[in-house]
Design a protein around this ligand. Structure first.
Ligand code: ADP
Length: 521
């Protein structure tokens, strides 16, 4: 085996680098102590041995080829070589320096190597961490705004572009306040001061987008510092919570509305009691008065006019109170129907019977048409009566003496249709939809002659709809009005029929009540 000069060996062996000499591309010439330590063996274990003793077959091929090239080209070159030492893969970076003899031929290679395993591991770690950060930064569903310690923006991710509308290029170098609403500047300053003092880094404030629209964001801020604790960057992460805040506000409003509605219901329940008690007292006193006067022949006729005025106006008040309470209950969903299976034909006929005389006294030509004998449907008779009486009362209210009122009941497909048509003033097209809204009356000046509160139709519509039906209006202004109630033919399973409880007699007071508005016409 070729040897190196002893004085050179001294230098070589004490070199602070893993070093070896190759006289052939495939065999070690000499190795220094550092190399022996690296390979966990003695210098003599490697000296003159084939390089295959520390390389796997794949790596051997590459290294052999590389060494041959340096021998052939005579040029200094660097290579990274992977080798297994004590079952652990290590990586060295070798600086291969060819030595030329006096004839200019390469007679050996001086190889100076460095163990870069740890460095590579760190590099890999760093690479992965950077990659991870870039991937989070790019794809996060949160806006990332990176700024320097003077709050100049230095980076900005896709989500930030989406939320604030500015492209990255447009904001680099701009102050962070570019995206802060003026009235939130102080909040941002507080946040940054807090972060610098290592305190709370969370804040919600009003931001402003490129198009000037305002949005609320939840911000979390962190500092990136160097080894000397000097602040390098501020990372601010934002989530657009405008929608959340909107929903919270809506819930709050709804809660307040609900509370207000509850208050309103309680108020109306109280007021209804307060209003009905004196009315009941008036009615009972009236009854006694009527009774007393009936026994005094000479007095009876003298007071008739006054008594009926008190009674009628009492009924008007009672109807108004009832309607107001019910419309309020409907508004807050506390109005309930008491439905059962009833014969709707019998019910309508009872109403017709109880109102016929009355309408005659008003000189209206009242016609009733029905080719149905009986039809049981699920309904609340008390409330349906109110609806029908209200429609008949309106028909009287908006007609003149001699006009015609036609009440028809028929079966169309799977529905019962009750229609009330009059040849009165009719309703203009533009008013046909609004009359079903609460408190709406058409042409106030005209209506002064006709009493009413504008609640009747809205209540009627709600009651019919609560029956699963609908109410429709057809009219030609100045010619006629026709209100049609469509009720589904269906029954409630468990209920018994109670139709017999409803007779014409029991309706008399209700007719007076519902017609109280028109008694003065
Ligand atoms: P009101 O208690 O004022 O009668 P309604 O809700 O019953 O309240 O009716 C609302 C308005 O609809 C009435 O003021 C009137 O302008 C119009 N209206 C209702 N029925 C008729 C009808 N048969 N003919 C013409 N207009 C009517």
């Amino acid at each position: 085996m070729q040897q190196i000069k002893p004085e050179f060996d001294f230098l070589f062996n004490n070199l602070n680098k893993i070093s070896y000499i190759l006289f052939k591309p495939t065999h070690f010439g000499d190795v220094n102590q550092k190399m022996a330590d690296f390979c966990s063996c003695q210098r003599s274990d490697l000296r003159g041995k084939p390089i295959a003793s520390i390389l796997n077959s794949q790596e051997l091929k590459t290294v052999k080829k590389f060494n041959q090239e340096v021998f052939a080209e005579g040029k200094r070159k660097k290579a990274k070589i992977e080798l297994e030492v004590e079952s652990e893969m290590r990586m060295i970076e070798v600086d291969v320096i060819p030595h030329h003899n006096v004839n200019g031929e390469v007679d050996y290679l001086l190889c100076l190597a460095e163990d870069i395993t740890e460095e590579l591991k760190q590099e890999e770690k760093l690479y992965r961490a950077t990659k991870r950060y870039r991937s989070i930064f790019k794809n996060a569903p949160l806006a990332f705004v990176v700024s320097d310690r003077e709050t100049n923006i230095i980076d900005w991710n896709d989500k930030a572009e989406e939320i604030f509308g500015w492209k990255k290029d447009e904001v680099i170098g701009e102050k962070f306040n570019l995206i802060v609403a003026a009235d939130s500047y102080s909040k941002i300053t507080d946040l940054i001061v807090n972060v610098f003092e290592n305190n709370e880094s969370y804040n919600v404030h009003k931001n402003i987008a490129k198009d000037g629209s305002e949005l609320y964001c939840e911000w979390n801020t962190a500092l990136i510092k160097d080894r000397n604790d000097k602040i390098l960057e501020i990372i601010s992460i934002a989530q657009d919570i405008s929608e959340k805040i909107k929903i919270q506000k809506r819930i709050k409003n709804q809660k307040e509305k609900l509370e207000y509605n509850q208050l309103r219901t309680i108020f109306f329940a109280n007021i209804s009691h307060e209003l009905k008690t004196p009315l009941n007292l008036i009615f009972s006193s009236l009854q006694i008065l009527e009774y007393k006067l009936a026994s005094e022949d000479h007095l009876e006729n003298k007071f008739d006019k006054y008594l009926s005025s008190i009674k009628n106006n009492g009924f008007r008040l009672l109807r108004l109170v009832n309607n107001l309470i019910d419309i309020t209950k409907i508004g807050v969903n506390t109005f309930c129907l008491h439905k059962g299976n009833f014969d709707i034909i019998k019910l309508v006929k009872s109403i017709v019977k109880s109102t016929a005389d009355y309408l005659e006294t008003k000189n209206r030509k009242f016609i009733f048409q029905s080719n149905l004998e009986s039809q049981i449907i699920a309904c609340d008779p008390f409330n349906l009566e109110r609806v029908i009486l209200n429609l008949i009362s309106n028909a009287v209210k908006f007609t003149e003496a001699g006009d015609e009122i036609l009440l028809k009941i028929e079966k169309i497909e799977n529905e019962i249709v009750i229609s009330i048509k009059d040849t009165g003033i009719g309703i203009k097209k533009e008013n046909q939809a609004i009359i079903f809204e609460e408190f709406r009356q058409v042409d106030q000046s005209f209506n002064k002659k006709r009493e009413g509160s504008g609640i009747g139709l809205s209540l009627a519509k709600s009651i019919v709809e609560m029956h699963g039906g609908r109410i429709e209006l057809t009219s030609e202004y100045g010619v006629y009005s026709k209100f049609s109630i469509y009720l589904p033919i269906e029954k409630i399973a468990a209920k018994n029929l109670e139709t017999d409880n409803f007779s014409a007699d029991s309706l008399i007071n209700k007719v007076e009540l519902e017609f109280s508005d028109i008694n003065n016409i």
